[in-house]
Design a protein around this ligand. Structure first.
Ligand code: FMN
Length: 173
């Protein structure tokens, strides 16, 4: 079985999730790890595809959205999964619903792989945004308000493992 893992990642988190997924696979699974910023893979070369990326300003990156839109029919007719990384975990479902192209079916599901908000690793605009997102989360925790309890995000290895397990099951079929 030939697997594609393709990601779109601005600051490396979605890339690390892709690498983690690859590390959970059995050594017999042949896979390509592709950065959509530099490559546009041809899905016809694969039996299974996992696409993933992170949310910025409430959206997946342009390159990932374009790839999903262009390949909607092919993805719906092969084994496929989508994963999403974001800073506001409580908004994941909302992001999932707006990020999945209409009529695109992912046989192995759409998954939340977590995310990171670590301003010290970033520069410029990204650092400012991430710092203010962290602040919002930390303050919400202490406010006596109706706001849902928020926590700082982390990559969720259990969810990454879940996708790896579904791929391993496919290999055994
Ligand atoms: C400029 C910027 C905008 C962001 N916008 C959102 C957002 O709208 N919602 C959210 O949940 N997370 C947002 N995030 C957080 C990222 O989704 C999170 O840090 C993710 O782990 C980044 O993954 P990456 O390194 O693969 O790009 C934003 C981060 C940056 C830097």
């Amino acid at each position: 079985m030939k697997l594609l893992i393709a990601y779109s990642s601005k600051n490396g988190v979605a890339r690390r999730c892709a690498e983690m997924l690859a590390s959970f696979l059995s050594p017999t699974i042949e896979y390509d790890l592709v950065d959509l910023a530099s490559d546009t893979p041809d899905l016809s070369a694969y039996d299974c595809a996992v696409l993933g990326g992170s949310i910025r300003m409430a959206k997946l990156s342009k390159e990932l959205r374009a790839f999903l839109k262009k390949n909607r029919d092919v993805l719906s007719n092969m084994e496929s999964a989508l994963y999403i990384c974001c800073g506001y975990s409580h908004l994941y479902e909302e992001y999932r619903d707006i990020s999945t192209p209409r009529k695109c079916r992912f046989s192995l599901g759409v998954h939340h792989f977590g995310g990171e908000l670590k301003p010290d690793k970033l520069h410029g605009f990204d650092r400012l945004v991430v710092r203010s997102m962290r602040k919002r989360i930390n303050e919400a925790d202490f406010e006596d308000s109706d706001e849902v309890e928020l926590s700082l995000p982390e990559i969720i290895p259990e969810n990454v493992k879940l996708v790896a397990e579904s791929i391993k099951k496919l290999e055994r079929l």
